[in-house]
Ligand binder design. Structure first.
Ligand SMILES: [Zn+2]
Length: 74
């Protein structure tokens, strides 16, 4: 599932050359920020899903990895 903090790749690259976006809001509308030029765009969820190519990095996965890599109990 999509969540805030996810890194996503869109089908079309942004004019700045980057096709990677960071999700900053998830709701009826999806807000994403370009990783190349930091431009923020808001899309309807249905439009976002059509343009989405793949989720490159899930924020939830990254969080659980961090927990797993934490300091081990002595
Ligand atoms: Zn851009």
């Amino acid at each position: 599932m999509l969540s805030v903090g996810d890194l996503v790749m869109m089908r079309k690259a942004h004019p700045c050359g980057s096709s990677l976006w960071r999700v900053t809001r998830v709701g009826a509308d999806i807000k994403i920020k370009c990783e190349g030029c930091a431009r923020v765009v808001m899309l309807e969820r249905s439009v976002f899903e059509k343009r989405l190519k793949k989720i490159v990095e899930s924020a939830e996965d990254a969080q659980s990895h961090q927990e797993n890599n934490g300091v081990e109990p002595s």
